[in-house]
Design a protein around this ligand. Structure first.
Ligand code: ADP
Length: 588
């Protein structure tokens, strides 16, 4: 059999369960809210990224036409057709300088068919391109073969990175004469972008970051470069002397095409970012936006707090309801218990009362048998004497006198047998619920008969006023016991007097019969009056009074829907017994 765990253990388990439930709820809510916030965050980021991409594309497009238009300039064509002289070189230098200033590009340069710069807008500066050969640069090779070229690179002369856009300059027959190249630098773009709270990066086809709005992010490899790529970088001197460093990153959670949650070991240390990428196919570049998922974390925290609160509220509600239910059950149980107890006590009392009735009866019987022995002894002695005189009368043949003596003998015997017969029934325990219709006057007769010896002996002056018949319902034997009790008490009260008067009257009242037993024994002390019906209340010496007589009598009378009252009247006490009448029609 499994035992219930102890109370402290149960309590600990409950608290643990509540905590685990709370953690689960909070965790789930946090996860959900974070996911939602992450997705909405990437949607926003994508929109923004689109704006930045447009920004970049417009910038490039604006300058793409510049070399194409300049390639048609006859002066440039002419300069490239034959070896250039100093005068025309100076003129072209000035011209490129002026156009560059007007177009707001970084530099403009003119390369001959071998890639040698014969003129440039920065001819005055310390890093003038003029005289340098750029034949190795991919944009030049592309222009020579395809007519246009584009290439992002760190300037080998200036060391300044920029985007080179070039167009071929051709003669009338379409022969390649050289290339006109415009260089764009992006410091302005980077400055503009640096206001953004997000990290913005542009990477080339090889995955090398060359534009970044934060220091330290430029010249980073997003993908490890293979040997071929490295060789190509060396040949084109694309990033020239700039050392390329890897940018370690790992996807924590993919969030769709070109978007993910990533852990990045960047220049600012290890951080998690929402990483969104958008390709710019025309240049084979990719624009990246990295955003710290602060909103998602915040949303997650709020949701977790909310869920934990809701969980606790639910738990407390549950506990409250449970407690109420337990209380109601407890109340119901104690009510039932109380009812059971009351029933038990009532039954016990009933038994006790029955026992008391019986005990009082036996006590009365004991006293009575003494009186009875005395009472019977006397007539027996008398009868023996009468028998002796009867014998004499018969011997002397005095028949008439003998008959009279016989008559007296007969009467005495009849009374004695009535007395004993009555005692027999009195001693028997009568069933409680008996309710026969009976004449109360007859009950009085029988009770007086039982006590006749004592009445006679104590020379009591008896006054009887009995209305006959007085029909009531009850148990004759019990009622008789009540009367014997009342009469005996009266006799006891008058014990010390020389002049004893006992009045017994029975008369009709509005709804029944009233029997008064009145003595002249001095009455009951005022302070005892409310207690005479209490069990074991007695003023008689030890051994004489049990204090049960009136208590038992009271119980018997109450059981018959009657009343038993005590009061002082004239020179003594008066006990009144009232019982409801039992009319004739009930007799059947
Ligand atoms: P007991 O007779 O054994 O004392 P009862 O219950 O019959 O017990 O009586 C209780 C007490 O009531 C008596 O001891 C007595 O003090 C008082 N009492 C009863 N009847 C009378 C009476 N007629 N006159 C004076 N006192 C009485």
């Amino acid at each position: 059999m499994s035992r219930l765990p102890s109370r402290p253990l149960r309590l600990t388990l409950a608290v643990l369960l509540i905590l685990v439930g709370m953690a689960l709820c909070a965790g789930l809510a946090q996860h959900q809210a974070r996911q939602r916030a992450l997705h909405s965050g990437t949607n926003q980021a994508e929109e923004q990224l689109g704006l930045y991409l447009n920004n970049l594309r417009t910038l490039i497009d604006r300058y793409r036409t510049l070399p194409a238009v300049l390639a048609l300039d006859p002066e440039l064509r002419e300069a490239l057709a034959a070896p250039v002289d100093a005068a025309s070189q100076a003129r072209i230098n000035h011209k490129l300088e002026a156009i560059n200033g007007a177009a707001h590009s970084s530099t403009l340069e003119l390369l001959d068919r071998n890639g040698l710069a014969i003129a440039a807008s920065n001819w005055r500066g310390p890093h003038s391109y003029v005289g340098h050969n750029y034949g190795f640069r991919p944009y030049f090779l592309e222009t020579r073969s395809q007519g246009t070229g584009r290439f992002y690179a760190v300037g080998v002369t200036s060391g300044i990175p920029g985007y080179f856009l070039s167009s071929a300059v051709r003669d009338a027959q379409g022969g390649f004469l050289g290339a006109i190249v415009v260089k764009l630098e992006f410091p302005e773009l980077e400055r503009e972008w640096s206001a953004s709270p997000d990290i913005l990066l542009v990477s080339d086809a090889k995955g090398v970051v060359f534009i970044a709005n934060r220091p330290g992010w430029r010249y980073r490899e997003l993908l490890p470069l293979d040997a071929a790529a490295r060789a190509e970088l060396a040949a084109t001197r694309q990033y020239d002397k700039q050392p390329l460093q890897p940018l370690t990153h790992r996807t924590l959670q993919p969030l769709g095409e070109q978007r993910r949650l990533a852990r990045v070991r960047g220049p600012e240390g290890r951080r998690d970012y929402l990483w969104q990428a958008l390709p710019l196919p025309s240049e084979q570049w990719t624009l990246h936006l990295l955003r710290e998922p602060r909103e998602a974390a915040q949303a997650g925290r709020s949701a977790a707090l909310g869920a934990a609160g809701a969980w606790l509220a639910l738990v407390f509600l549950g506990l409250f309801l449970h407690q109420r239910w337990r209380l109601a059950r407890l109340r119901q149980r104690s009510r039932l218990e109380l009812e059971r107890l009351v029933e038990q006590r009532t039954a016990a009392l009933r038994t006790a009362q029955d026992g008391l009735v019986q005990a009082a009866k036996l006590a009365a019987l004991g006293q009575m048998s003494a009186a009875l022995a005395h009472e019977i002894n006397q007539p027996l002695t008398a009868q023996r004497m009468q028998l002796a005189s009867l014998r004499l009368l018969l011997e002397q043949d005095r028949g008439e006198q003998a008959a009279a003596v016989l008559q007296r003998l007969d009467e005495q015997l009849a009374r004695m047998s009535a007395l004993t017969g009555h005692l027999k029934t009195f001693a028997r325990k009568s069933p409680g619920g008996l309710r026969e219709r009976l004449d109360l006057a007859l009950v009085v007769d029988r009770a007086l008969q039982l006590l006749e010896a004592r009445l006679h002996q104590e020379a009591v002056e008896l006054q009887l006023q009995l209305t006959r018949p007085a029909w009531v319902r009850g148990d004759a034997i019990r009622l008789e016991q009540v009367l014997v009790n009342l009469l005996r008490n009266a006799l006891d009260a008058m014990a010390g007097l020389s002049d004893r008067r006992l009045q017994v009257s029975l008369h009709a009242t509005a709804d029944g019969w009233q029997l008064d037993v009145q003595d002249n024994g001095g009455g009951i002390a005022a302070e005892d009056l409310p207690r005479v019906f209490d069990p074991f209340f007695t003023t008689k010496p030890v051994g004489e009074g049990l204090g049960l007589g009136l208590a038992v009598s009271y119980g018997i009378v109450m059981e018959l829907d009657g009343r038993l009252e005590a009061h002082n009247r004239d020179a003594g006490a008066c006990f009144s017994l009232s019982l409801p009448a039992a009319p004739d029609e009930d007799s059947r």
